[in-house]
Design a protein around this ligand. Sequence first.
Ligand code: C2O
Ligand code: CU
Length: 474
Amino acid sequence: MSRFTRRAFLGTTALAVTGLAACSTENPLILPTDPLVGRTETARGGTGRVRSATLTAITGQVDLGGPVVDTWTYDGVAPGREIRVTAGDLIEARLVNRLPVETSIHWHGLALRNDMDGVPGLTQARIKPGEEFTYRFVAPTPGTYWFHPHTGTQLDRGLYAPLIVEDPREPGGYDAEWTVVLDDWIDGAGTTPDQVLAALRRGGGHSMHGMGGRTAGGDVTYPHYLLNGRVAGAPMTFTAEPGQRVRIRFVNVGSDTAFRVALGGHRMTVTHTDGFPVIPVDTDVLLIGMGERYDVLITLSDGVFPLVAQAEGKEGAAFALARTGTGAAPPPSIRPDELRRRPVGYPELKAAEPLPARRPDVTHRLALTGGMMDYRWGINGRAGDHSDRSRVRSGQRVRVEFVNTTMMWHPMHVHGHTFQQEGGPRKDTVIVPAGRIVACEFDADNPGQWMIHCHNTYHAEAGMTTVLGYESSS
Ligand code: C2O
Ligand code: CU
């Protein structure tokens, strides 16, 4: 790691000049309304199949398996209903806003057309209460994705659901498939996410129940951790036959919690990171940051096994049971040995289809800045300021270096592209540990204006966001 860090630092001086040059030419930005966005979509082709869905964002009560909370959901359930399509299908999703505030849907991880990316004020107009908007886009690549709003702290309510894009050439090799959505939950349990943010801004919010201040894991202490919408005390049970192979798609939709995940008595074979295939590698345990997804294959033993997602650096876990035989269910307090082993790291995960090596045409160095003191997080010292965009041009190889100058880790997400992490797999969301540098590269092939931000909901809302802006090349 230190060798990589040094090299990254050395590369900077020369590359900063490239960044400046790109900036000073001040070519017009390619906006979501640009005809190029539609032409890029047409060039993607597709199956010609249309998959329609209506999602109504509503307020109401949800039963988490005991605790009943007032919250906001899609159609009254959290997680929302999974959308499942085949790569190349056209998704036609009508969002009806019955919330008291504006909203939108962002399709996390998809390299879709820019005007359907769901960022109000950047890629589309605000969808006000009582209004609706229909998203229409081709799902370009197979994988495990998800969707959520992109306004305020709405993601930390119940507004999220998985989006599975099946591979028409999937070799299979498994008997069953489970989607596992992990979440940290506070909404309606005595406080709302907006109150949580206000308390964080007041300085750790020690006066308030539910706020843990500065823990190793995150900024917020949650009363519940959920697996597919259920508290640990009322777990769901996945069933299969002994010896069957199951594909599990893990999605961390949490706002401020990484999860350490294991299935007691089993090893997992990691097959995909953020939807993209890796050379299969075995591990006992996964560490999944907010916004990240992992697909794994597991050959199931005979019995009843705990699926535990321990909240990293916090008390508590999300929990479910995997049952292939008779026997007493383990209690939700169980912590399988696998959780104490070392999680597979990014350097061990090799993309099955790596981005071919190429010299970057432009490098953007993004310093992650800020701290808990006044809860102002930022990028390059600016909080939520989108006037200074990281400019790129179609056809360029783009390098982005996340330089974490803070004392916390941040899961950094790039919209509209799946990058190649240097020394790691293909990802759209990558954990950048405190004090470290993570570099990633991608080809600029999806014109428009794209958010880059921390996927900690509270950090993003406090300013850790910027914009990757395509500009015209002449
Ligand atoms: Cu799931 Cu802008 O992100
Ligand atoms: Cu962050």
